[in-house]
Design a protein. Structure first.
Length: 146
């Protein structure tokens, strides 16, 4: 464990809409560069229960498909026909759908670091997914290696 190095960094987001996707691959690679680690693992996780971090293609149509699909699975509609749609919203919140969307998309990703670079397939990108935006939130990057 003598050669093991640790690096921690936070990324902050201000997504102005209720939902949105932010490609964070460059910022994560910069954190790997800053860490000085050449070999190891990089964890990236959302630090809020209404946001997500996931890996997929950076194709606009796919991101639009995600947004539409998630809204079909867990519509925002705080009320349906005048009746509360979600029990969580009985607390005065209106973001129960965002919790469900986060559960579907996941909390975190783990990526290998090889030769100082994120070890990705040809189309893979890292995204921060926001499902209850309009307020400041963050993601954690933790890099462990040598």
């Amino acid at each position: 464990m003598d050669g093991m190095k640790h690096h921690r960094q936070e990324l902050w987001f201000d997504v102005p809409q209720r939902r949105g996707f932010v490609n964070i691959k460059r910022q994560v690679q910069q954190a790997v560069d800053d860490s000085g680690n050449r070999e190891g693992l990089c964890l990236v996780n959302a630090m809020h229960i209404t946001a997500s971090v996931f890996i997929n293609d950076a194709e606009d149509g796919l991101l639009s498909d995600y947004d539409r699909w998630l809204e079909e699975l867990a519509p925002h509609a705080p009320e349906l026909d005048g009746i509360g749609h979600y029990r969580h919203n009985d607390t005065g919140e209106d973001n129960a759908d965002a919790h469900l969307k986060r559960q579907i998309m996941g909390r975190e990703v783990m990526v290998a670091v090889t030769g100082g670079k994120l070890d990705f397939g040809p189309w893979e990108q890292i995204f921060y997914g926001e499902f209850d935006g309009r307020r400041r939130k963050r993601a954690l990057i933790k890099i462990i290696g040598e």
